[in-house]
Design a protein around this ligand. Structure first.
Ligand code: URA
Length: 245
Protein backbone atom coordinates (compact mmCIF):
# COMPACT_ATOMS: atom_id res chain seq x y z
CA UNK A 1 0.00 0.00 0.00
CA UNK A 2 2.77 2.42 1.07
CA UNK A 3 4.71 1.42 -2.03
CA UNK A 4 1.69 2.13 -4.23
CA UNK A 5 1.27 5.56 -2.63
CA UNK A 6 4.93 6.36 -3.27
CA UNK A 7 4.53 5.21 -6.86
CA UNK A 8 1.48 7.45 -7.37
CA UNK A 9 3.34 10.40 -5.80
CA UNK A 10 6.37 9.74 -8.04
CA UNK A 11 4.19 9.61 -11.12
CA UNK A 12 2.30 12.74 -10.16
CA UNK A 13 5.59 14.57 -9.66
CA UNK A 14 6.87 13.37 -13.03
CA UNK A 15 3.64 14.50 -14.70
CA UNK A 16 3.76 17.94 -13.06
CA UNK A 17 7.39 18.40 -14.05
CA UNK A 18 6.54 17.37 -17.59
CA UNK A 19 3.72 19.91 -17.74
CA UNK A 20 6.03 22.56 -16.30
CA UNK A 21 8.66 21.67 -18.84
CA UNK A 22 6.02 22.05 -21.51
CA UNK A 23 5.30 25.58 -20.29
CA UNK A 24 2.32 24.96 -17.99
CA UNK A 25 3.10 26.41 -14.58
CA UNK A 26 -0.41 26.64 -13.21
CA UNK A 27 -2.94 23.89 -12.73
CA UNK A 28 -6.38 25.58 -12.70
CA UNK A 29 -8.09 25.06 -9.33
CA UNK A 30 -11.57 26.30 -10.28
CA UNK A 31 -13.23 23.02 -11.27
CA UNK A 32 -11.97 19.64 -10.24
CA UNK A 33 -11.34 17.67 -13.40
CA UNK A 34 -13.61 14.73 -14.10
CA UNK A 35 -11.88 11.48 -13.30
CA UNK A 36 -11.99 10.51 -16.98
CA UNK A 37 -9.99 13.60 -17.96
CA UNK A 38 -7.22 12.99 -15.48
CA UNK A 39 -4.13 11.16 -16.56
CA UNK A 40 -4.55 7.49 -15.86
CA UNK A 41 -2.46 6.14 -13.01
CA UNK A 42 0.96 5.50 -14.35
CA UNK A 43 3.08 2.44 -13.93
CA UNK A 44 6.35 3.28 -12.29
CA UNK A 45 8.33 5.31 -14.76
CA UNK A 46 11.93 5.70 -13.74
CA UNK A 47 14.57 7.39 -15.84
CA UNK A 48 16.43 4.67 -17.70
CA UNK A 49 19.68 3.74 -16.03
CA UNK A 50 22.71 5.36 -17.66
CA UNK A 51 24.08 2.02 -18.84
CA UNK A 52 20.84 1.30 -20.75
CA UNK A 53 21.34 4.47 -22.73
CA UNK A 54 25.01 4.10 -23.45
CA UNK A 55 25.68 0.39 -23.78
CA UNK A 56 24.81 -0.96 -27.21
CA UNK A 57 26.22 -3.96 -29.01
CA UNK A 58 28.67 -2.84 -31.67
CA UNK A 59 28.10 -4.10 -35.17
CA UNK A 60 31.20 -3.54 -37.25
CA UNK A 61 29.34 -3.82 -40.58
CA UNK A 62 27.32 -0.69 -39.85
CA UNK A 63 28.43 2.62 -41.35
CA UNK A 64 29.55 5.17 -38.81
CA UNK A 65 27.83 8.54 -38.65
CA UNK A 66 31.10 10.17 -39.71
CA UNK A 67 31.16 8.05 -42.86
CA UNK A 68 27.55 8.98 -43.63
CA UNK A 69 28.43 12.68 -43.24
CA UNK A 70 31.34 12.16 -45.61
CA UNK A 71 29.13 10.40 -48.16
CA UNK A 72 26.56 13.19 -47.93
CA UNK A 73 29.29 15.72 -48.68
CA UNK A 74 28.16 19.07 -50.03
CA UNK A 75 24.86 17.47 -51.03
CA UNK A 76 23.04 18.77 -54.09
CA UNK A 77 20.79 15.77 -54.55
CA UNK A 78 17.58 17.80 -54.28
CA UNK A 79 16.31 21.32 -54.78
CA UNK A 80 16.52 22.18 -51.06
CA UNK A 81 20.30 22.50 -51.36
CA UNK A 82 19.89 25.74 -53.33
CA UNK A 83 18.43 27.64 -50.38
CA UNK A 84 20.24 26.13 -47.47
CA UNK A 85 22.79 27.78 -45.29
CA UNK A 86 24.01 24.68 -43.41
CA UNK A 87 23.27 20.99 -43.72
CA UNK A 88 21.57 19.83 -40.52
CA UNK A 89 22.75 16.25 -40.27
CA UNK A 90 21.59 15.37 -36.76
CA UNK A 91 23.17 15.16 -33.35
CA UNK A 92 23.30 13.22 -30.13
CA UNK A 93 24.62 9.95 -28.82
CA UNK A 94 25.69 7.86 -31.85
CA UNK A 95 24.51 4.79 -29.95
CA UNK A 96 21.38 6.29 -28.41
CA UNK A 97 18.52 4.11 -27.25
CA UNK A 98 16.00 6.71 -28.40
CA UNK A 99 16.05 8.40 -31.80
CA UNK A 100 13.78 11.36 -32.50
CA UNK A 101 12.87 12.16 -36.10
CA UNK A 102 11.37 15.52 -37.05
CA UNK A 103 10.53 17.02 -40.41
CA UNK A 104 13.23 19.40 -41.51
CA UNK A 105 15.36 22.27 -40.30
CA UNK A 106 13.83 25.68 -39.71
CA UNK A 107 15.55 29.07 -39.78
CA UNK A 108 17.50 28.62 -36.52
CA UNK A 109 18.54 25.10 -37.40
CA UNK A 110 19.69 26.21 -40.86
CA UNK A 111 21.80 28.96 -39.30
CA UNK A 112 23.36 26.76 -36.63
CA UNK A 113 23.55 23.45 -38.48
CA UNK A 114 21.89 21.71 -35.52
CA UNK A 115 18.46 20.09 -35.31
CA UNK A 116 15.69 21.40 -33.08
CA UNK A 117 17.33 24.53 -31.68
CA UNK A 118 14.47 27.01 -32.30
CA UNK A 119 11.23 27.33 -30.32
CA UNK A 120 10.03 23.85 -31.22
CA UNK A 121 13.49 22.62 -30.31
CA UNK A 122 13.31 24.20 -26.88
CA UNK A 123 10.03 22.43 -26.29
CA UNK A 124 11.49 19.14 -27.52
CA UNK A 125 14.46 19.61 -25.19
CA UNK A 126 12.08 20.21 -22.28
CA UNK A 127 10.11 17.09 -23.17
CA UNK A 128 13.34 15.08 -23.18
CA UNK A 129 15.06 16.60 -20.18
CA UNK A 130 12.22 17.67 -17.88
CA UNK A 131 9.60 15.20 -19.00
CA UNK A 132 11.64 12.08 -19.72
CA UNK A 133 14.51 12.91 -17.36
CA UNK A 134 17.11 12.13 -20.00
CA UNK A 135 19.85 14.49 -21.11
CA UNK A 136 19.37 15.74 -24.66
CA UNK A 137 22.91 14.56 -25.49
CA UNK A 138 21.88 11.00 -24.60
CA UNK A 139 19.28 10.71 -27.35
CA UNK A 140 19.81 11.17 -31.08
CA UNK A 141 17.84 13.80 -33.01
CA UNK A 142 17.52 14.17 -36.77
CA UNK A 143 15.02 15.07 -39.46
CA UNK A 144 13.47 13.59 -42.59
CA UNK A 145 15.40 16.15 -44.65
CA UNK A 146 18.71 17.76 -43.84
CA UNK A 147 18.21 21.10 -45.56
CA UNK A 148 15.71 23.81 -44.73
CA UNK A 149 12.56 23.87 -46.85
CA UNK A 150 11.81 27.45 -47.95
CA UNK A 151 9.37 29.40 -45.76
CA UNK A 152 9.35 26.46 -43.38
CA UNK A 153 7.00 24.53 -45.65
CA UNK A 154 6.76 20.78 -45.28
CA UNK A 155 9.42 18.85 -47.14
CA UNK A 156 8.09 17.46 -50.40
CA UNK A 157 8.02 13.83 -51.49
CA UNK A 158 11.02 14.08 -53.83
CA UNK A 159 13.06 15.88 -51.15
CA UNK A 160 12.25 13.26 -48.53
CA UNK A 161 13.11 10.55 -51.07
CA UNK A 162 16.48 12.16 -51.88
CA UNK A 163 17.41 12.30 -48.20
CA UNK A 164 15.93 8.91 -47.32
CA UNK A 165 19.02 6.75 -47.94
CA UNK A 166 20.95 8.92 -45.50
CA UNK A 167 18.19 8.81 -42.90
CA UNK A 168 18.03 5.04 -43.24
CA UNK A 169 21.78 4.75 -42.82
CA UNK A 170 21.62 7.01 -39.78
CA UNK A 171 18.91 4.86 -38.23
CA UNK A 172 20.96 1.74 -38.92
CA UNK A 173 24.07 3.31 -37.52
CA UNK A 174 22.47 4.53 -34.30
CA UNK A 175 20.41 1.36 -34.11
CA UNK A 176 18.07 2.71 -31.43
CA UNK A 177 15.66 0.62 -29.43
CA UNK A 178 12.88 3.12 -30.10
CA UNK A 179 12.20 5.80 -32.68
CA UNK A 180 9.93 8.66 -31.67
CA UNK A 181 8.41 9.99 -34.87
CA UNK A 182 7.50 13.64 -34.39
CA UNK A 183 4.32 14.45 -36.26
CA UNK A 184 2.37 13.17 -39.21
CA UNK A 185 5.08 13.48 -41.83
CA UNK A 186 7.80 11.58 -39.97
CA UNK A 187 5.27 8.96 -38.87
CA UNK A 188 3.82 8.53 -42.36
CA UNK A 189 7.28 8.33 -43.93
CA UNK A 190 8.39 5.54 -41.60
CA UNK A 191 5.05 3.74 -41.73
CA UNK A 192 5.00 3.89 -45.54
CA UNK A 193 1.38 5.04 -45.51
CA UNK A 194 -0.58 8.05 -44.40
CA UNK A 195 -0.71 8.15 -40.62
CA UNK A 196 -3.56 10.11 -39.05
CA UNK A 197 -1.55 11.47 -36.17
CA UNK A 198 -4.51 12.51 -34.01
CA UNK A 199 -5.86 8.97 -34.21
CA UNK A 200 -2.67 6.96 -34.30
CA UNK A 201 -0.34 8.76 -31.92
CA UNK A 202 0.60 6.56 -29.03
CA UNK A 203 0.21 3.37 -31.09
CA UNK A 204 3.45 1.50 -31.70
CA UNK A 205 4.40 0.38 -35.17
CA UNK A 206 7.46 -1.30 -36.56
CA UNK A 207 10.16 0.11 -38.83
CA UNK A 208 12.82 -2.36 -39.93
CA UNK A 209 12.52 -4.22 -36.63
CA UNK A 210 12.62 -1.02 -34.54
CA UNK A 211 9.62 0.06 -32.49
CA UNK A 212 8.27 3.45 -33.54
CA UNK A 213 6.15 5.67 -31.32
CA UNK A 214 4.28 8.33 -33.30
CA UNK A 215 3.49 11.47 -31.36
CA UNK A 216 2.71 15.11 -31.99
CA UNK A 217 5.39 17.36 -33.43
CA UNK A 218 6.53 20.03 -30.92
CA UNK A 219 5.48 22.73 -33.41
CA UNK A 220 1.95 21.33 -33.27
CA UNK A 221 2.11 21.57 -29.49
CA UNK A 222 3.22 25.19 -29.77
CA UNK A 223 0.25 25.92 -32.01
CA UNK A 224 -2.20 23.88 -29.95
CA UNK A 225 -1.32 24.97 -26.48
CA UNK A 226 -3.79 22.67 -24.78
CA UNK A 227 -3.29 20.51 -21.71
CA UNK A 228 -4.89 17.65 -23.64
CA UNK A 229 -2.29 17.71 -26.41
CA UNK A 230 0.51 17.87 -23.84
CA UNK A 231 -1.03 15.08 -21.82
CA UNK A 232 -1.15 13.01 -25.02
CA UNK A 233 2.58 13.51 -25.59
CA UNK A 234 3.21 12.71 -21.94
CA UNK A 235 1.30 9.45 -22.34
CA UNK A 236 3.31 8.61 -25.48
CA UNK A 237 6.73 9.22 -23.94
CA UNK A 238 5.64 7.30 -20.84
CA UNK A 239 5.07 4.28 -23.06
CA UNK A 240 8.55 4.70 -24.50
CA UNK A 241 10.13 4.95 -21.05
CA UNK A 242 8.22 1.91 -19.85
CA UNK A 243 9.39 -0.04 -22.92
CA UNK A 244 13.06 0.82 -22.58
CA UNK A 245 12.80 0.08 -18.89
N1 URA B 1 13.43 21.89 -36.15
C1 URA B 1 13.89 20.75 -36.67
O1 URA B 1 15.09 20.47 -36.67
N2 URA B 1 12.99 19.91 -37.18
C2 URA B 1 11.68 20.15 -37.20
O2 URA B 1 10.92 19.30 -37.66
C3 URA B 1 11.25 21.37 -36.67
C4 URA B 1 12.13 22.23 -36.14
Amino acid sequence: MEEKKTQIADNLLLYLEFMKGAGIDVIPASKPAKPSSLPTPIEAVKPPPEENIKMKPKNKSITSLEDIVAELGDCKRCKLSAGRNKIVFGEGDPKATILFIGEGPGKDEDEQGRPFVGRAGQLLTDIIEKGMKIKREEVYICNLVKCRPPENRNPEKDEIAACRPFLDKQIKSVSPKVIIALGKLASSTLAGREVKITQERGEWFDYEGIKVMPTYHPSYLLRNYTPTARKDVFEDVKKVLAYIG
